[in-house]
Write a protein that binds this ligand. Structure first.
Ligand code: NDP
Length: 309
């Protein structure tokens, strides 16, 4: 049955390695790594990294786009994936684990003043606060946000979680929709952003949100750079309204050498490494999706174009 499977990898990073993994997961599959070299024979499955604009739309007979990323805003841009072609985003427990590690690392580090002690190198005892006395808000209760919120709650933080529909997360207080954002972030000591980038979530991390937080708060963002109003963050840090930030994603990546976020002493910059795609598990998940598609079974994690994620 797998003999006729035709897959095209449209990715700027290591397509040959991915192709080899697909061939071993789906023996007999024909896997192409150069979309420009395809003839007119239909290729139903396109594995999409972040190829040059228009490349995905050029693949003949595409039926299903399998995203190598959890975020799919680039695939929803005009001219990218033709109407009627389904997009599956990557939901991978390995990615969720990586993201949880990053979020817990930066929140706990800030919570226990570790950056300050590293800078002090002395014997300057800071006020140490128990997790039970801190409020942490997670923006996004999806594959990533729900696990992060659950773990933060298990550690003992007073945890809130904000989503479009008010999705419940064990141990956390759930808030929904535009009206819920105010209550979700009011008085929060830390805010962790794990939202997808949509027209509704762009610029969500702005001066108004920082002003609602408790003074001296902390912001971590691993969603997308366009969620953050950079100038508002810098102003909140300089005024002391915020005491620190950890950022993994930026409006321009790589973050330019002279970007003020790099120079700010209270900003931790990581180079979009919070939850990199794990090729091995990602290919296994995508191969399973292809098998399901061929069997006519329901496909999990389909993107809803109207929602934007
Ligand atoms: P999901 O689609 O599983 O979850 C998205 C969550 O955001 C859902 O809870 C959804 O609400 C909520 N949401 C969406 N729109 C709104 C809105 N307008 N208002 C309030 N809540 C909203 O995504 P993932 O958890 O898998 O991934 C989230 C993002 O993380 C990705 O889109 C990507 O940008 C980023 N990411 C970053 C990585 C990195 O290395 N830095 C790696 C992987 C992902 P509801 O539950 O109601 O639908």
């Amino acid at each position: 049955m797998t003999e006729e499977i035709r897959i095209c990898i449209a990715s700027r990073g290591k397509p040959e390695e991915l192709a080899e993994s697909f061939r071993s997961e789906l023996p007999g599959a024909q896997v192409f790594t150069d979309p420009a070299a395809l003839d007119e024979t239909p290729v139903p499955y396109v594995v999409a990294g972040k190829p040059a604009p228009g490349v995905i739309a050029s693949v003949p007979g595409a039926e299903l786009i399998l995203s190598l990323n959890a975020g799919v805003e680039h695939l929803l841009a005009p001219g990218e994936v033709p109407e009627g072609v389904d997009i599956v985003r990557l939901v991978d427990p390995a990615m969720t684990e990586g993201m949880s590690d990053w979020c817990l690392a930066v929140v706990l580090s800030w919570h226990r003043n570790l950056p300050l002690y590293r800078a002090d190198k002395g014997w300057n005892r800071r006020t140490e606060i128990l997790s039970r006395n801190r409020v942490v808000t997670v923006l996004g209760a999806g594959a990533l946000g729900s696990r992060v919120a659950r773990l933060l709650a298990q550690i003992g933080f007073q945890t809130r979680v904000w989503s479009r529909t008010g999705r419940a997360v064990e141990g956390a207080e759930a808030f929904a929709g535009p009206d819920g954002l105010d209550a979700a972030t009011r008085g929060a000591d830390a805010v962790v952003n794990l939202l997808p980038l949509t027209d509704e979530t762009r610029d969500v991390l702005d001066a108004a949100l920082f002003a609602r937080m408790a003074p001296g708060g902390f912001v971590a963002s691993a969603g997308r750079g366009e969620h953050l109003v950079d100038a508002d963050l810098l102003a909140a840090l300089d005024s002391g309204q915020l005491s620190g930030a950890a950022l993994d994603v930026f409006r321009t990546e790589p973050l330019p050498e002279d970007d003020p976020l790099r120079a700010h002493p209270n900003v931790l910059v990581t180079p979009h490494v919070a939850a990199p795609t794990q090729a091995g598990s990602a290919v296994r998940i995508m191969a399973d999706t292809i098998r399901r598609h061929r069997a006519g079974a329901p496909i999990p994690d389909l993107v809803d174009r109207r929602r934007g994620y």
